[in-house]
Design a protein around this ligand. Structure first.
Ligand SMILES: [Zn+2]
Length: 311
């Protein structure tokens, strides 16, 4: 039951609310990662795939949107996983984690510097292939939402495609292979792979090649979203903004394929809502938080799909 050695505080603004938020990650004797909304009822909100309330706004929300919840937990969760921590209480005084620089690096640096104590994260071995397609997510939506997506796709000549897939491997690692396909030329077709096997080398690889990759979005969408109370905290310091022509960015990128590298952070964070180290190959082709969440639900819905080893 590895937990954090001492408390760490993060302050910043939420990417959607734009409001200041403080969050303190504290050691815990209870297994699991729990948020506690100090501005509300202070009930524990377990960070668990079966307690994911919403994935529509391109982020992962824990808890019910109608009651105590915390949005955009994925970058923080990726950092916790890489630091080897599966148990903590996270006091937070708002509905969303601070976006910081839009990547996982600040979370990771501070959490790993605080240190880890008390063993290892349990391992979850994938035993049978599990697959979720974009269409499976579409089908699960309420009728009005399906109608809206269907209509929008017709207008923009888009299809419902993409999938995420977990398959077994025998090298004791989580291998992630992610692909993005965008019409915007600056992204186009990008793939990136990353392997975590629990060694320091694989953590160093994460820090060097993945952790700094930031969230991205279309600049033209910001104004639209901001009017609707979303993306209010988005700025050129925490989001890579694509220009209107789609052939460039308004701020500098660290790498030309920073976009797909960021997808790997999201995938690591989402997979860690299992509270385990998933041993398997994760292939994500135009994947999403919604697909990642459905994939975990499917994996754990049948005991033949996995084995848990808690050393
Ligand atoms: Zn993200």
């Amino acid at each position: 039951m590895p937990t954090i050695k001492k408390s760490v505080k993060f302050s910043g603004v939420g990417i959607h609310s734009g409001a200041p938020v403080n969050m303190v990650v504290k050691p815990s004797r209870r297994r699991g990662i729990f948020f506690r909304r100090t501005d509300l009822d202070k009930n524990l909100i377990p960070v668990k795939f079966d307690n994911v309330g919403d994935t529509k706004m391109r982020n992962t929300t824990i808890g019910d949107l109608d009651s105590a919840h915390v949005k955009t937990i994925e970058h923080f969760m990726a950092a916790m996983f890489m630091a080897g921590i599966d148990s903590a209480i996270v006091d937070i005084d708002g509905p969303e984690t601070p976006i910081l620089d839009g990547s996982a690096i600040e979370f990771y640096r501070a959490i790993s510097a605080a240190g880890t104590t008390g063993g290892k994260i349990k391992r979850v071995f994938v035993r049978r292939p599990v697959y979720v397609g974009a269409y499976d997510v579409f089908r699960s939506l309420p009728f009005w939402m399906r109608a809206k997506i269907w209509f929008m796709n017709l207008l923009t000549r888009r299809n419902i495609d993409g999938f995420v897939k977990l398959t077994p491997n025998d090298n004791n690692s989580l291998n992630i292979y992610a692909t993005l396909v965008y019409r915007e030329k600056i992204i186009g077709y990008q793939s990136f792979s990353y392997t975590y096997d629990g060694t320091k080398k694989s953590v160093a690889d994460f820090v060097k090649n993945i952790a700094r990759a930031r969230t991205f979005g279309k600049y033209a969408e910001w104004e639209y979203l901001k009017k609707r109370g979303m993306a209010r905290g988005a700025n050129e310091n925490n989001v890579i903004a694509l220009n209107d022509a789609g052939d460039g960015t308004l701020n500098k990128t660290f790498w030309p394929d920073e976009f797909v590298r960021h997808k790997i952070i999201d995938a690591i964070g989402d997979m860690f809502t299992s509270n385990g180290f998933i041993i398997g190959n994760l292939e994500s082709y135009k994947g999403s938080h919604a697909m990642n969440n459905m994939l975990l639900k499917k994996l754990f819905s049948n005991p033949d799909n996995y084995d848990i080893i808690d050393a």
